[in-house]
Design a protein around this ligand. Structure first.
Ligand code: AHM
Ligand code: MG
Length: 335
């Protein structure tokens, strides 16, 4: 079978030995994510039928309560990740606190924690625009066999052992890294398998797309305002093209393929921006760096930010290396 036709399952097994702790547990964890992604994909694809089969809060024809899709995705990922004895804790955008798994069983050997945004950009569902799942995986720092602690989740992004996203778009793709580059797999819905379609994904060093919610312009810091004006100036390959889906996974995915920069800066309304460090920015930053891109808050590398709380927000600038460096230069010069 040629490299291009490899399934995700085959790829995970084949690359297991390149992982530092190759006990097969991480492979099994990634397989759980693959499975949950397929289940959620099936439900996301039915979202347009909501007027026909009932909206969230209604009871469906089988007498089951209809759930909001983000709640459904959260439940499915948690159920799937909990079933195999690999994960000792899960933190999710949908949960106020982290979930401890097997905390009563002193013999459990579960070593990994997962942080997840089960359905990011979910306000896009109603209008048939792409949404995504983002995940981040760490090894626990507290002793195996004890209940998981907050410090297991508050690790710097540079400690991630794997991260990735699923984009539920015109096709559904799962893109992930274990620290050896970034690979993308496309779901064949007829067969229900992900196939390696985008091996060794890399951001072009330069790009000409900038993605930012310009409606917030008035509230942005001066450095960001100046950078946006720079993107719009007529010189060399500028003005750049503006593209903003409002769905982080999709904006990132497009920028990685075509070359571009995504910005969600701090503003006078939101002094730390909007996006969450642990399950939105860090996994994307890990992917970006593994794909020859860059990510920072304008001054500090995202993966070096010391987390202080589970749902912490940080300003986020991520994408093609030269573009991010240019934006950082504007931030420094406006100090
Ligand atoms: P969410 O976690 O509530 O879905 O918010 C995250 C989303 C990102 O996917 C997207 O890039 C951003 O919020 C858009 O925010 P805004 O509408 O403020 O531009
Ligand atoms: Mg989100």
């Amino acid at each position: 079978m040629s490299e291009q036709k490899q399934t995700l399952g085959e790829f995970i097994i084949k690359n297991q030995s390149s992982f530092q702790y190759s006990s097969g547990e991480l492979s099994s964890l990634l397989n759980s994510i693959r499975l949950a992604a397929k289940i959620v994909n099936h439900e996301v694809n039915k979202a347009g039928l909501v007027d026909i089969i009932g909206a969230a809060g209604d009871t469906n024809i089988q007498g089951e309560d209809q759930q909001k899709l983000d709640v459904y995705a959260n439940d499915k990922f948690i159920q799937t990740l909990t079933k195999r004895n690999i994960v000792c804790g899960i933190a999710s955008e949908e949960e106020d606190d982290f979930i401890s798994i097997n905390s009563q069983d002193k013999n459990h050997q579960n070593k990994y924690v997962v942080l997840i945004d089960p359905l990011d950009g979910s306000s896009n569902i109603d209008v048939n625009v792409s949404v995504g799942t983002i995940f981040s995986i760490y090894r626990r720092v507290t002793p195996v066999g004890t209940p998981v602690q907050l410090e297991d989740f508050l690790q710097k992004g540079s400690e991630q052992v794997a991260a990735g996203y699923v984009v539920y778009g015109t096709s559904t793709m799962l893109v992930y890294t274990t620290g050896h580059g970034v690979n993308g797999f496309t779901l064949n819905p007829a067969i229900g398998s992900f196939y390696l379609s985008h091996p060794n994904m890399e951001f072009p060093e330069d790009g000409n797309i900038y993605s930012v919610n310009e409606g917030n312009y008035i509230h942005f810091p001066q450095g960001i305002k100046n950078y946006i004006k720079y993107c719009q100036e007529e010189e060399g390959d500028r003005p750049y093209t503006s593209r903003y889906i409002g769905s982080l996974v999709s904006d990132f995915h497009r920028n990685m393929i075509k070359g571009g920069i995504y910005l969600y800066p701090q503003s006078s309304k939101n002094p730390n921006g909007k996006l969450r460090l642990l399950y939105e920015c860090n996994p994307m930053a890990f992917l970006a760096e593994q794909a020859n891109g860059k990510s920072s808050d304008g001054f500090t590398r995202t993966l070096d930010v010391e987390p202080t709380e589970l749902h912490q927000r940080v300003p986020f600038i991520c994408g093609s290396k030269n573009m991010v460096e240019k934006a950082e230069e504007f931030m420094r010069n406006a100090q």
